[in-house]
Design a protein around this ligand. Structure first.
Ligand SMILES: Nc1ncnc2c1ncn2[C@@H]1O[C@H](COP(=O)(O)OP(=O)(O)OP(=O)(O)O)[C@@H](O)[C@H]1O
Length: 569
């Protein structure tokens, strides 16, 4: 009896400490009675698994119409009856204090998006209590409240299963399973759920002004406006793109997500504009990207035209090579860009003092010095990216589109990018504005480009090959990056050339050492007994690739010890 009183007192003390407000208490009691009233709805398997009548693990089927699956899951977790819930926590015989339990509970509850915050701490306790019992089961049974990126290998697999459900809408546009509304998800297995599980309006996060200081507007496109922004925390500059209109719930929502998915699936490459994060704010899609400090190739072409400046051939070749590198990377991920054009090629110059300029200059031929310093070209605006295996094509700019895409032949999407790249470089080479239609437009689709004589005929022939009417005959990105017209000297930077020179010198030196050793042996014994391969190389100090020329000349000098033992070259 004394123990009962003591427990009752303990219970009151805890309730006080947790600031149990009357309204919520009533609320919760109501929930309790609702539970009683709907006891037939309480799933018996969960009750059984808890093995008690304490409300631990008790679940209620919420029958409100069309609530998203994850909301329903959370709702049922937060509606356990209060009194039995408190007892279910076993506070009296647990070494954990209510505070620890509260902390644990909030840690456990944070990741679910669009779940209303618990109305008070006590309710959090109940959440924790029920979460504890269902946690294991939920992790196994419930797919996470997160989209599946269709451009990752898993996403591609999932899409291929869903493709049977793709259909054409009445207005002729392709409707894919990704467009199915989130709330259409029923109690299906993970595979059967649509990959788009989070609607943008469910994920509004007020980050823009909190995290960024807006410096200026740098551009506007059809989809969005782009601002140069300073991140308040890391102090670096970014290009932050915000959709012009709220896209949440609109037909543009998928395109907006497409860009984010493509960026995220592609990851980092020196010739693809780098992506940092994305979020939705008041229905707008916001994407934080690397800031490219020298604008777009389109702006450069326009300025050159105005100033009557011609781009020299090494610059043309370097640009072609760099974009081919970026495309090669995109194609290696089974994706196609589908909107390659000067306006979507971004330029970074290294000597401009800006910590947001991220260069990966180690690969050698991705820069070319011009009057302003090293220049890197990057592919951006990934809004049209599609999988080459399961294409959903949203046609890009008709000036750069090959005819097979307009005819809805999607067998060679990677080669459609090659076509657009050929025309992009042609424009950069002074080819003038490309036609949108008419005879000239058709002539280009027949593989004919007017030659203006400002660059070599070899390069011109390569550009014509890139726009060949038969996509299979256009060179792949792999072929382009190793194409003799683009190498060895024309498009390479000084760094790359000196690295290659060093490598050639090293090879040369090894060969001459072998030759000298062979001569030496020949003097000692008849040569017929040894093939050249068997001749042991003389022992010499290793030549470092980056040694200055003077040092190398010394090493190649005549005063070297020679040995017939095996050398470790
Ligand atoms: N990462 C960046 N760095 C610097 N400037 C950028 C960057 N991204 C975009 N811009 C500027 O913003 C302009 C619009 O950007 P973007 O082309 O991505 O928008 P969009 O609405 O998707 O365009 P489109 O009409 O081609 O679909 C660009 O032309 C460019 O001037």
């Amino acid at each position: 009896m004394d123990r009962d009183i003591e427990m009752e007192e303990n219970h009151c003390r805890i309730a006080q400490r947790l600031e149990f407000p009357l309204s919520d208490e009533e609320d919760l009691h109501e929930a309790s009675s609702t539970t009683d009233r709907t006891s037939s709805n309480i799933s018996s398997d969960r009750l059984d698994s808890s093995g008690s009548d304490e409300g631990l693990g008790m679940t209620i089927r919420i029958t409100s119409p069309r609530k998203p699956r994850f909301l329903r899951t959370r709702a049922r977790e937060s509606m356990s009856p209060p009194y039995s819930g408190v007892r279910a926590l076993r506070l009296f015989d647990s070494p954990a204090t209510p505070k620890t339990l509260l902390e644990n509970s909030s840690a456990m509850m944070t990741p679910v998006l669009a779940t209303p915050a618990p109305r008070n701490r006590m309710r959090t306790l109940f959440n924790m209590s029920s979460a504890k019992s269902t946690d294991k089961k939920d992790n196994l049974d419930t797919p996470p409240a997160a989209n599946v990126n269709p451009f990752t290998p898993t996403g591609m697999l999932l899409t291929s299963k869903k493709r049977t459900r793709s259909k054409r809408s009445l207005n002729g546009s392709l409707v894919n399973s990704f467009d199915e509304e989130v709330h259409e998800a029923t109690d299906e297995s993970d595979e059967e759920l649509p990959p788009k599980r989070i609607a943008l309006h469910q994920t509004s996060v007020p980050r823009y002004h909190k995290e960024f200081h807006e410096i200026c507007l740098i551009g506007k496109g059809e989809f969005g406006s782009v601002h140069k922004c300073l991140n308040r925390l890391d102090g670096c500059t970014y290009a932050v793109k915000k959709s012009l209109m709220p896209v949440a719930g609109s037909p543009n929502e998928r395109s907006a997500l497409n860009e984010v998915w493509a960026h995220a699936a592609l990851g980092q490459h020196p010739h693809v504009v780098r992506y940092y994060s994305a979020w939705a704010e008041n229905g707008h899609m916001i994407i934080q990207n690397e800031f490219c400090n020298s604008g777009t190739l389109e702006e450069l072409i326009r300025t050159n035209q105005q100033n009557n400046v011609t781009v020299n051939e090494p610059q043309l070749k370097s640009t072609l090579l760099q974009i081919a590198e970026g495309l090669h990377y995109i194609h290696s991920k089974q994706l196609a860009h589908m909107d390659i054009k000067p306006g979507n090629i971004f330029i970074c110059r290294e000597n401009i003092d800006d910590c947001s300029v991220h260069h990966d200059s180690d690969d050698g031929f991705d820069e070319l010095d011009d009057d302003y310093g090293s220049v890197t070209y990057k592919i951006g605006d990934l809004g049209h990216v599609t999988s080459v295996v399961q294409p959903i094509v949203e046609e890009g700019d008709c000036r750069y589109l090959p005819v097979e895409i307009l005819q809805e032949n999607y067998d060679n999407l990677a080669k459609a990018d090659i076509f657009s790249l050929g025309l992009t470089i042609y424009e950069m080479a002074g080819g003038g504005q490309l036609p949108k239609n008419g005879d000239e437009w058709h002539a280009i689709r027949q593989g004919r480009l007017p030659y203006n004589g400002r660059y070599s005929i070899e390069l011109h022939n390569l550009l014509e090959l890139m726009i060949h009417p038969d996509p299979t005959l256009r060179p792949s990105t792999q072929v382009l990056t190793q194409h003799p017209v683009l190498g060895p000297n024309g498009a390479k930077s000084k760094d790359q050339l000196s690295r290659e020179l060093n490598a050639e010198r090293l090879k040369n030196r090894q060969l001459s050492e072998k030759l000298q050793a062979a001569r030496h042996i020949q003097n000692l014994m008849p040569l017929s007994r040894f093939s050249l391969e068997e001749v042991p190389a003389p022992k010499m100090p290793k030549l470092q690739m980056n040694e200055p020329c003077a040092a190398r000349r010394l090493l190649l000098g005549r005063k070297m010890n020679r040995s017939l033992s095996n050398a470790d070259f």
